[in-house]
Design a protein around this ligand. Structure first.
Ligand code: 5BU
Length: 252
């Protein structure tokens, strides 16, 4: 199914916007911008912003953080037309994650269109995040699978994540998964651990190629070191974008 044909299947405004912008921009590439220097982060986003549909951040790896960085990222988001996904991987009870999502240093709910959560605490984690995210039109991804070798998000755990997503599908927009896990056009699957050539990283990361990830039915490939460690980050982003989009075109 084409991305644009899935807009009407979801009620969540962030999911609608994401389908729309992927189709408009013709890119299913997300960058994992895991750099620690705020200026390097901004330069990376300036160089690659036109190639991506999603900027995935780990805001807590940035040194010397101050909130001006967020203002600049939001300006770049508007200029280059992408969504921001803070890969926070919430993992606590509902009341605590609600505070972590909206308060503290980062006020994630105020600027991040998408965030994600482990399902190990059960559905209370979704309810807590939903209490602050829903009114702002945000979207949540559940970690149904992970990319690292030996991870425990398999079998029944993965199935439970899918059931929880169905129950809260006004707020849960999809999954982190290694492949399409459920045949339902409203849910978006994003896959990390993607690199041209595949392989691993020495700390149990496992890489799939963009082609295989998209052929497995995922919707968005997430690429970090494959892009930001390249000599020419823009050119690398263009290569991944083309690989991801060509692979998608073969599926429709
Ligand atoms: P890499 O440099 O392409 O390996 O970065 C992958 C990114 O995706 C990095 O930000 C991880 O935190 C993130 N990630 C992952 O690699 N695997 C997972 O299962 C999940 C997130 Br969930």
């Amino acid at each position: 199914m084409k991305y644009e044909d899935r807009i009407e299947h979801t009620s969540n405004p962030t999911a609608k916007r994401l389908f729309e912008l992927i189709a408009e921009k013709e890119t299913n590439l997300a960058i994992a911008a895991d750099v620690t220097d705020p200026q390097v982060l901004l330069d990376l986003v300036k160089a690659t912003g036109d190639e991506i549909c999603v900027l995935k951040t780990h805001i807590d790896v940035v040194t010397d953080y101050n909130s001006d960085l967020i203002d600049e990222l939001v300006d770049l988001k508007e200029k280059h037309n992408f969504l921001i996904f803070e890969d926070r991987k919430f993992a606590d009870i509902g009341n605590t994650v609600k505070l972590q999502y909206s308060q503290g240093v980062y006020h994630i709910v105020d600027w991040s269109d998408i965030t994600n959560a482990h399902v190990v605490p059960g559905p209370g984690i979704i309810e807590g995040l939903r209490e602050v995210g829903m009114d702002k039109g945000r979207g949540l991804l559940l970690l149904a699978e992970m990319s690292s070798a030996g991870n425990l998000a398999t079998g029944k755990y993965t199935q439970k994540a899918l059931e929880m997503a169905e129950e809260y599908s006004d707020f849960v927009i999809g999954f982190i998964g290694m492949k399409k896990l459920i045949d339902d056009p409203k849910f978006i699957t994003m896959t990390p651990g993607v690199k041209l050539g595949g392989g691993g990283d020495g700390l149990k990361q496992q890489y799939n190629t963009p082609e295989n990830a998209i052929a497995g039915g995922t919707d968005i490939i997430i690429v970090g070191r494959g892009i930001y460690e390249a000599e020419d980050v823009k050119q690398a982003a263009q290569e991944y974008r083309k690989a991801g989009w060509d692979a998608y075109l073969k599926t429709i």
